[in-house]
Design a protein around this ligand. Structure first.
Ligand code: HEC
Length: 111
């Protein structure tokens, strides 16, 4: 009886953990698709652009980075990684609202 309830508790905890991580993903994914972020970026391998893991590692602990990145996503700015600046939103999927930029930057920095 004891063993049974313990293994049930473990299984339930694992299920809940899975549900929690699975739920965290889809929200920005629609935005990421809509704005073609993965056309140039990947999560973990630099390709046409730095990977989101590299970007997260560089900015995660910089208190003002979020504001700068949200601004840059919406309005552009100078290149920080090389010669090629990120194209403006109009050349990607269309304008990005302040809220969407916030969501996207939160997501990138959590990679
Ligand atoms: C057409 C290619 C392209 C697309 C599409 C693209 N990026 Fe980028 N991105 C780049 C390049 C190139 C850089 C490096 C620019 C630089 O040196 O600052 C970059 C840099 C970044 C940075 C770091 C900026 C900095 O100042 O360090 C973030 C954050 C970012 N991209 C997020 C996104 C998100 C979110 C999307 C989707 C909304 C997206 N990118 C779509 C090419 C792209």
């Amino acid at each position: 009886m004891n063993v049974l309830s313990r293994s049930c508790r473990l299984a339930c905890a694992a299920l809940m953990l899975f549900a929690a991580t699975a739920k965290a993903e889809p929200e920005p994914a629609a935005l990421v698709d809509q704005h073609h972020c993965m056309f140039c970026h990947t999560r973990d391998a630099p390709f046409l652009a730095p990977s989101f893991e590299q970007i997260a590692a560089r900015y995660r602990n910089e208190p003002n980075a979020r504001i700068m990145l949200e601004h840059k996503l919406r309005l552009g700015g100078k290149a920080h990684w090389g010669d090629m600046a990120m194209p403006l939103p109009a050349d990607r999927g269309g304008p990005i609202s302040a809220e969407d930029a916030h969501t996207l930057v939160q997501w990138v920095l959590s990679q």
